[in-house]
Design a protein around this ligand. Structure first.
Ligand code: 48F
Length: 302
């Protein structure tokens, strides 16, 4: 191991291993180099190479995501569209989803009938993501939920979003009255109620796209004795089902809920108090776009 005095700081280069500098007094190891761990091995070389490759690539990806422009929490339709759009605008974005398969409530269509309904206003987003749709009227179309969900995930990753599955955001980083990142842990650790401390990811903005539970806004409000940008200053709560109202307000409610914290999709209606809408997804897709635009505007004005 290098003694502290031997560490010579230099600017981090994402392609290379070495030592980077955080500030005047802190240096850190940057991407430990891929070691040749097979040198003295007799047989079993492939097993070592495969493990080595996965560990090395994963940690490179994770280390690259420790300081970001935007963390998106939740890989449902609104989070996926928002993250893709922000990455395409050139922002550094990671998306964390607690499940093995991101996609949220989109896979299952309605009652597991795997078809979705999407309004005309969002057809351009389907086209952008290369999702086939079938018009059923002048204003409505259906799409296969498997194709739609997988396409959103694929294009979000392809645009440069670092997508992490099986990781839950359990809290936010809260600095100087601003949400400044997230606190993450493996989902099974929470489910098994294991007492294991988390890791932190810093970001300029966090987007709560956790769907119905509005988990990130809820925990931020509960823990920090703050007032959200809602009428009451608190979480207003989701209302019963009303498609037209719910769809319209999802887009209107996609906005900043607290400095550093935006909400989209069903989380937006949960925080600002509006209706659910069931298996119609145009509002979710448009909400993702709208979240990306507002966040990009804030970050560009910095
Ligand atoms: O619920 P979800 O699909 O969010 P959305 O974008 O879309 C809502 C629709 O699916 C549907 C609807 C449309 O008409 O009403 O419900 O608002 O996806 C939310 C994602 O967030 C993940 C969860 O696994 C899901 O994939 N998630 C929730 N809490 C956390 C989380 C958390 N604490 N950490 C990480 N991921």
């Amino acid at each position: 191991m290098l003694a502290r005095a031997e560490i010579k700081p230099f600017e981090p280069d994402p392609g290379n291993a070495g030592v980077g500098r955080i500030d005047k007094s802190h240096t850190y190891a940057y991407y430990p180099p891929m070691q040749d761990i097979t040198a003295n091995m007799k047989g079993g070389v492939m097993e070592a190479i495969v493990s080595n490759a996965i560990v090395h690539s994963y940690f490179k990806k994770l280390q690259d995501a420790l300081s970001l422009d935007v963390v998106v929490v939740g890989g449902g339709p609104s989070g996926l569209v928002a993250s893709e759009s922000l990455a395409k605008k050139g922002f550094k974005v990671a998306l964390f989803d607690s499940k093995l398969s991101p996609g949220g409530g989109m896979w299952g269509g309605a009652m597991m009938f795997n078809e979705l309904v999407i309004q005309k206003e969002a057809w351009h987003i389907l086209e952008e993501f290369n999702i086939k749709y079938t018009k059923i009227s002048e204003d409505l179309a259906t799409a296969d939920s498997i194709q739609a969900t997988s396409s959103l995930i694929y294009h979000s990753s392809k645009a440069g979003v670092k997508v992490f599955n099986c990781i839950s955001v359990e809290d936010v980083v809260f600095i100087n009255n601003r949400v400044s990142g997230v606190v993450i842990n493996w989902t099974p650790i929470g489910r098994l109620d294991m007492h294991v401390d988390p890791l932190m990811v810093r970001s300029k903005v966090v987007l709560d796209a956790t769907g119905h539970p509005s988990e990130i806004a809820k925990i931020t409000a509960q823990k920090n004795n703050i007032k959200l940008n809602t009428v009451t200053g608190m979480i207003m709560g989701e209302m019963s089902l009303s498609i037209d109202e719910g769809e319209k307000s999802t887009i209107e409610n996609t906005k900043e809920a607290y400095p550093g914290l935006y909400v989209s999709g069903m989380a937006a209606n949960g925080v600002f108090g509006s209706f659910r809408m069931g298996p119609i997804f145009g509002g979710m897709l448009q909400s993702g776009k709208s979240a990306a635009e507002s966040i990009a505007k804030e970050l560009s004005n910095e």
